[in-house]
Design a protein around this ligand. Structure first.
Ligand code: UD1
Length: 415
């Protein structure tokens, strides 16, 4: 079993280039099923989750090859509408092929999705959208099937601005008859990237990045070349690393606008942040101030940064609080941080973090993707050796995380 070992080694300094965002790449790869010509993608991160969705696409008949750093996909001849059960159970985002498949093939069969255990994570909003567009949705023996000769555009109101549901319904609607209007939809930057990609394929989508997206159905989608946006959560994780170690880190390939909710909270905690075009510098201070955070759909503070901030706040001078409103069970990293000496009290959806407490290297488990990253951050300042197990969770979302931290001067190895 592989582990990551971290020891404290002072302030981190240096440069990191931020690669393509996992959460933009996954829906864009699913959307590639809609194109009938070559699709060329740049900056697709080399991650376990990406490998899984590529396996899903291959199983459906897509042809996939790498040319240097470019990923080329051709979905002209799809041969199946049914997703392999094992792949679906490994990753929830595999469910994103459902929308494109119904639109393209008139039928899609999937098993219920798996993924990080950070809440019940239902898919009712995705299914509500497919039904509204005229699909016949059935659930039998853990399988979901959706059928429609031709989807028909509709006005759809999402009860909650779900990222996945917005993406799945938007993809399904690209080939529908007439116009779809998605109301109260998610506004995450990854949704804008998906819409931009679909428009390059020939779709007619406007309003992505606002709470109302309009999709005018077209007959057919073609091919395109597209570069995936940088990963704001990976960038945010390195920013917290600078803040917690009083370091000085330069990030390359940043879209500053996407970083605003994270920048605001790091500045409140005392870090100095300088942005310049697609570059960002963050200088951590000796003293971290306590802050209050509430996770929210974009443009609020991202739930995917909550765990990393919690590690940092164990080192703040005073009491901080984090309220998690997006997922109902996303404090699994709390017990691991407590093993390291953190003093954290959870009541319902709020965690109260009492700082500053000395952290001690311990044997801990990456309970989920971002919780795992949080343990590396804690290990950077904990006395002695932190041994992190279950690191397959971390590999799902961070490309060469050990190499990148080493380049910044961290004492970190993978064994
Ligand atoms: C995506 C991201 C994930 C991030 C999350 C919230 C990807 C691949 N993953 O996940 O990293 O943490 O957005 O920013 O992009 N919900 C329902 N019914 C549904 C769908 C969702 O009730 O049909 C609920 C979920 O249980 C959850 C909340 O809505 O409590 C947010 O989920 P959603 O925005 O859909 O997240 P994902 O798309 O799964």
């Amino acid at each position: 079993m592989e582990k990551i070992i971290v020891r404290p080694n002072g302030p981190l300094r240096g440069n990191v280039r931020i690669g393509g965002a996992k959460n933009a790449a996954l829906p864009i790869l699913a959307a590639s099923l809609l194109g009938t010509e070559d699709i060329i993608l740049e900056d697709v991160p080399k991650l376990k989750d990406v490998e899984i969705i590529l396996e899903v696409l291959r199983g459906l008949g897509a042809k996939i090859k790498y040319e240097g750093n470019l990923l080329i996909i051709n979905s002209k001849n799809l041969t199946s509408y049914e997703t392999n059960y094992d792949l679906m159970s490994k990753m929830r985002a595999s469910f994103l092929v459902m929308g494109p498949l119904i639109a393209r093939m008139g039928i899609a069969v999937n098993s219920l999705p798996g993924g990080c255990a950070i809440g019940s994570r239902p898919i009712d909003l995705h299914l509500k959208g497919f039904k509204a567009l005229g699909a016949d949705v059935e659930m039998t023996h853990g399988n979901i099937s959706a059928k429609a000769k031709k989807l028909v555009g509709k006005r759809i109101y999402l009860d909650f601005p779900s990222v996945g549901a917005t993406e799945n319904i938007m993809m399904a609607a690209t080939l529908a008859d007439g116009e779809t209007i998605l109301e109260n939809c998610a506004m995450e930057p990854e949704i804008v990237d998906l819409a931009n990609f679909l428009n390059k394929l020939g779709a007619k989508i406007t309003g992505a990045g606002t709470s109302n997206i309009k999709i005018k159905g077209v007959e057919k989608l073609f091919g395109a070349r597209h570069q995936i946006i940088p990963d704001r959560i990976v960038a945010g994780t390195f920013m917290v690393a600078a803040a917690i170690t009083s370091g000085d880190i330069f990030l390359d390939n940043i879209i500053t606008n996407h970083m605003k909710p994270i920048i605001a909270k790091l500045e409140e905690a005392g870090a100095e942040i300088i942005t310049n075009g697609d570059k960002l510098q963050i200088k951590g201070r000796e003293k971290i101030s306590p802050i209050e955070i509430k996770t929210l759909p974009h443009p609020g503070f991202p739930t995917d940064m909550q765990a990393q901030f919690m590690s940092m706040l164990t080192q703040a001078e005073g009491q901080s609080s984090i309220i998690e409103t997006v997922f109902e069970n996303r404090f699994m990293h709390v017990d691991e941080l407590k093993k390291m000496g953190a003093v954290i009290k959870v009541v319902d959806r709020e965690a109260i973090i009492l700082g500053k407490n000395k952290l001690y290297g311990s044997k801990v488990n990456a309970t989920d993707l971002r919780g795992g990253a949080a343990l590396i951050l804690a290990g950077l300042v904990a006395e002695g050796e932190t041994q992190i197990s279950e690191i397959q969770h971390i590999d799902r979302g961070y490309e060469d995380i050990v190499g990148k931290f080493k380049n910044l001067g961290a004492d970190i190895t993978r064994i």
